[in-house]
Every structure is written in C-alpha cells, then in structure tokens.
Design a protein around this ligand. Structure first.
Ligand code: UFG
Length: 337
C-alpha cells in the first residue's frame, strides 16, 4: 500500500515507518521537523534497506498537502503529526487547536478530495482523564488539559466525517505510555530540552546528563504510593498501526482501540527496572505531586487483542534495556555535536 505518514520522523512515527517499509509498503513522510530530526529517517532507511519519501513541511500548509497527495496518491494515511506537551498546551492552547485540530481537518479534507479513504490517527489515553482504570474504549472520556481536548475533539470530528462518508475507514489508536526503542539502538526517543516524561528523564539521569530524578508524589493510592502507568514498547505500538491498517481495509466506519499492555507499573518500579538495565543506581528524590497527574492509568486492551489480533509482547525489562541501548549509543540523541 502507498502510506502517507505525517510526523513520520518523530519517535513513534519513525518506528512505524520502519515496520511499514519492512512489510513492503511504500511510504511518504511529511514532517516539519519542529520536534524531530531528519537523521531518524536516514537511519530508518539504513535499517530497512529502503528509503521512505520525505517532504519537509507542515500539513496545515495547503501547498504541502497538495504536493503530498498530488505526487504520491496515498491509499492510506497514518497521522502522527501534532504537538504533545500537556504543560505547554495550557500556555499555548490556540497553537494546540491550530496544529492539532485544524491541521487534522485540513488533512481529512485533502483525503476526501483525493479519494483516500483510510486513516489511522494517534490518540491518547489522556482522553480518559481521571477515570478509574482499567479503561475499556467505552469508558467515559474527560480530558483535563487543552492537549487532551485536542485529541478528544479530533476523535469526534473523525467520527462525524466517517458517519457522513460510507467509504471512510478511521482507526483511532489510544496510546498508553510508549517507551523503549528499536533493539538496534539506532532509532529512539530524542526529546528536545529537559524531558517531560519519566523514562527519557530517567535515561538522562542514568547517563549522567541530568543529576537526579524528581519522583512526583509518593502518596497516591497505589501499591508504593507513586503514579502507575501502562508502559508499552514502541515496537509493539508500531505493530499496532500495521494491524489497524490491515483491519481498516475491509471495515469502513469509525473504530477505536486502546494500545497498552493491560498492566501498570509504578514510577519506582520503572526506576528499578532501569537500574537493572544500566547496572547502577539512579539518584531520585520524592517531590510534590505534579499538577494534573492521575494516580493510575492502564488499558484494557481486549478489543485490540480480539479485533486486530494485536497484543503487546515486550516486558518492562526489555523496554528499559532497549532505551538504555539507544541512550548509551546516542547520548545526544540524533545530534552529533
Ligand atoms: N513522573 C515523575 N517524574 C518525572 C516525570 C514523570 O515522577 O520527571 C511520573 C508522573 O508523575 C507519572 C509517571 O511518571 O506518574 C508518568 O509520567 P509521564 O510524564 O511519563 O507520562 P504521563 O502519563 O503523565 O503522560 C503521558 C504522555 C501524555 C499522554 C499520557 C496518556 O506524556 O501525552 O501519557 O496517558 F497523554
């Protein structure tokens, strides 16, 4: 299949592009590199032995969309591009609505205009807000910040579009907490600046780039008092996109699946798993809770298991070992300076 991948140079995008190429699909990546590096695609090409096409640009730009659809005639779109920092979204809500919601509307319109009927969209478990896990896909939604609301709004917009167009097949993937890296250590997560997320932060403490991890609260109602999340290996997540693509080929309409393992791990369990991977202790100190955090979030992934035949197979130890391999081989991420 010819697959257009927006945000394909980013963390989850690059791992998915690799699997698409390895599975024989033709890929065109559109990415404005605002939070990604073209080096990731060079390495994807080296691993796959084939190159994806690449357009540097933002899908909110009509000329970029026109060029991508005109030159490539995609049969399917996997849409990763978007802004994703919760804290930043409270400071820049209008940017988030433009870059996430408005850009997706433009993309869906371009698909309709060019007769492309298959769309996989990157949503997030953040749409479940502070509900009670495990979350099934029909659990009540209630995002607690502008970023989460953009994901929720896009889900609704795509549901309306699918209801109006009997040919359109939409697969919404609600990711839990993706971590890990390709086992080669050649591609991985490369956050700009100080990482917001737990595992990239832990990885940089372990490598000596940061001094100490702040554990945001140890008084939650969880096993050890620290926050619990459903960490899922990025390679498992990438495989979920291929499974969704396959399913959508003969299932028009709007579909939603959780992509998680179904098991939660606490902050301290992640720290200890990473200590095993890197072979030395990781400095941390307990600090106050981070505003907006929930105590626990983990998936009920039964629907994806049943309908997509997809299951997360990699353990937390593998996720940490793969992150450590990537981090050790690339202490400055994709930057060579
Ligand atoms: N945490 C720390 N110290 C840190 C960073 C995180 O203790 O320096 C804790 C958090 O309090 C939380 C856990 O580690 O308990 C995970 O935090 P992350 O920031 O890694 O992930 P979140 O679950 O907060 O958010 C992530 C994505 C969101 C997405 C959400 C979906 O960042 O984009 O998962 O559940 F919406």
């Amino acid at each position: 299949m010819r697959v257009l991948v927006t945000g394909g140079a980013g963390y989850i995008g690059s791992h998915t592009v690799l699997l698409l190429l390895e599975s024989g699909h033709d890929v065109l990546v559109v990415d404005d590199l605002s939070n990604a590096s073209a080096e990731s695609l060079r390495r994807v090409a080296e691993l796959a032995g084939r190159e994806p096409g690449f357009i540097e640009g933002n899908i909110a730009d009509p000329a970029v969309l026109e060029r991508a659809f005109g030159e490539f005639s995609p049969e399917a779109v996997i849409h990763f591009a978007g802004w994703k920092a919760v804290g930043e979204s409270t400071q820049l809500p209008l940017v988030y609505y433009r870059e996430n919601v408005a850009a997706t509307v433009a993309l869906a319109q371009a698909m309709a205009d060019h007769g492309c009927h298959l769309l996989v969209f990157s949503s997030s478990a953040t749409v479940y807000g502070d509900g009670t896990p495990p979350f099934t896909e029909d659990a009540p939604t209630g995002a607690t910040n502008p970023y989460g609301r953009t994901k929720w709004m896009i889900e609704q917009i795509l549901a309306d579009a699918a209801a109006a167009d009997p040919q359109l097949a939409v697969g919404v993937l609600r990711y839990f907490n993706p971590i890990g890296a390709h086992p080669s250590g050649r591609i991985g997560e490369d956050p700009r600046g100080i990482p917001n997320n737990l595992v990239p932060f832990v990885a940089q403490v372990a490598s000596g780039r940061l001094a100490q991890l702040a554990v945001f609260g140890d008084d939650y109602d969880t096993e050890d008092g620290t926050g619990v999340r459903d960490y899922v290996h990025v390679m498992d997540l990438a495989a979920g996109h291929l499974a969704a693509l396959d399913y959508l080929v003969d299932h028009p309409g709007w579909n939603v699946w959780n992509l998680g393992t179904g098991h939660g791990a606490s902050v301290l369990q992640v720290v200890h798993a990473y200590e095993q991977a890197c072979g030395h202790p990781i400095a941390y100190a307990v600090k106050p809770r981070r505003p907006g955090d929930v105590a626990a979030s983990f998936a009920d992934p039964a629907k994806a298991n049943r309908e997509l035949g997809w299951q997360a197979t990699r353990t937390l130890d593998e996720m940490c070992a793969d992150t450590y391999r990537w981090q050790s081989a690339n202490p400055n991420g994709y930057r060579t300076d």
